[in-house]
Design a protein around this ligand. Structure first.
Ligand SMILES: [Mg+2]
Length: 90
C-alpha cells in the first residue's frame, strides 16, 4: 500500500514539474503558498465527502480525497527538496 502511494506521489511530482517547469528556485514561502492551496483543495474534498450537507458534492468523493492528498504530498516533497537546495538565508 505504501509503495503504491509513494509511486503516485513521485508520478505527481513529475507531472507538476512537466506542467510548471523547473520551480526548484522557489523560496520556501512560495512553496508554502502552493501547499496551502493544495491543502485547501484537500479540505474541500474531505468536507464535500464527509459533511451531511455538501454544497458542491461533485468536489467530494474518495477519489478526490486521494488525488488531493497526493497533490499535498508532492508539493511538500518539492518544498523539502527546495530547502535542501536553497536554505532560506535571505
Ligand atoms: Mg489539487
Amino acid at each position: 500500500m505504501t509503495e503504491k502511494v509513494l509511486k503516485a506521489i513521485k508520478t505527481e511530482r513529475k507531472r507538476q514539474d512537466d506542467k510548471w517547469g523547473d520551480q526548484s528556485g522557489n523560496h520556501p514561502f512560495e512553496w508554502m503558498s502552493i501547499l496551502g492551496e493544495e491543502f485547501g483543495e484537500l479540505c474541500e474534498a474531505v468536507n464535500e465527502t464527509c459533511f451531511h450537507n455538501p454544497t458542491h458534492p461533485e468536489k467530494g468523493g474518495l477519489d478526490k480525497i486521494y488525488k488531493e492528498a497526493i497533490h499535498v504530498a508532492a508539493v511538500a516533497t518539492a518544498l523539502a527538496e527546495a530547502v535542501l537546495q536553497t536554505p532560506c538565508t535571505d
